[in-house]
Design a binder for this molecule. Sequence first.
Ligand code: NIG
Ligand code: FE
Length: 392
Amino acid sequence: MTATLITNIGELTTNVGTPSDPCGTMTDAAVLIESGRIAWVGAAADAAAIPAEGASRVVDAGARAVIPGFVDSHTHLVFGGDRADEFEARMSGTPYAAGGIRRTVAATRAASDDELRARLARFVDELHGQGTTTFEVKTGYGLTVADEERLARLAAEVTREVTFLGAHVVPAEFADDRDAYVDLVCGEMLDACAPHSRWIDVFCERGAFTPDEARRVLAAGAARGLLPRVHGNQLGPGEGVRLAVAAGAASVDHCTYLDDDDVAALAESDTVATLLPGVEFSTRQPYPDARRLLDAGATVAIASDCNPGSSFTSSMPLMIALAVREMGMTPAEAVYSATAGGAKALRREDVGVIAPGKRADLVLLDAPTRVHLAYRPGVPLVAGVWKDGVRL
Ligand code: NIG
Ligand code: FE
């Protein structure tokens, strides 16, 4: 049996915590990995007792920090082209609007499967290199039955967390008959994508889908066995959060514009508030108020939303730095939200936590503590990544 012992860990974030330390912090710790799972977690001093044949590989962490692999619960990684020109114009004052999605739809439709697959593979390498070991991928840049089906199929080649987002925006060819497009999403398109997908999502926002349309889409997905998640309250206040909670969504994502009722609804539900600070960074919008959500008792995740329009970054360390600097989170809260929080947003029990029986997805930081992820923004601190017990 292949086993790896990581020992001399200066600070271990287990996320098996207590109210005063949700990160479940251990110092001078060690982790034993066997058959892709965590077999044991304890004091480095006790690891010395593990017989040499018990761990065929020993990694000395050099008193540095180890955290769970990042869980990026929100990305849009299958697309063609980019929109650097749109970003450049935005930095000169042009506001972000949902309509830009249609440009990526045109570029994505023009790309072959192999082009999209090759690009996706590069993004996966990019994610792994930055410590992300679990990630979700949405469709939503195809918006025909055939194109959405192939985006879902290609996404399913790299992750089990595939989200059908045919309801991303109404495509140009349906501009005069949006009801017909919603019918298509809820019918033939859903039928084609459901076999490759675990989740259904809808962009409930001005310029995208109305609350009534969103409810229809989520209900159709649920009838096909897909679990709901929602893009809501990104560009302005609205019903997105409340309809997500009412639908029992695992997560409502963005949550930039919330009123007190939204915050209360989130706090009373098990719908995770997923915050995407790369969007506010890249669109010059005000950041969501994570502090308000946490103080109210809501569960918060942070994710990259990596996409060519509103947030073209896959860096979870950057999200942590932004969450701490701009959203009122402590470094510990931000690291927890980028790992265990993401796992909750994906309703996953097997990742986001370093404990016996969980997947051996870990990141060794070139830093003595997790605080450095926010303290040293922009510095590549990922020194080692294990996914399912294998060092990448
Ligand atoms: O999550 N909000 C909707 N969708 C993406 C943006 C997509 C785009 O601009 O291409 C988001 O921000
Ligand atoms: Fe998104």
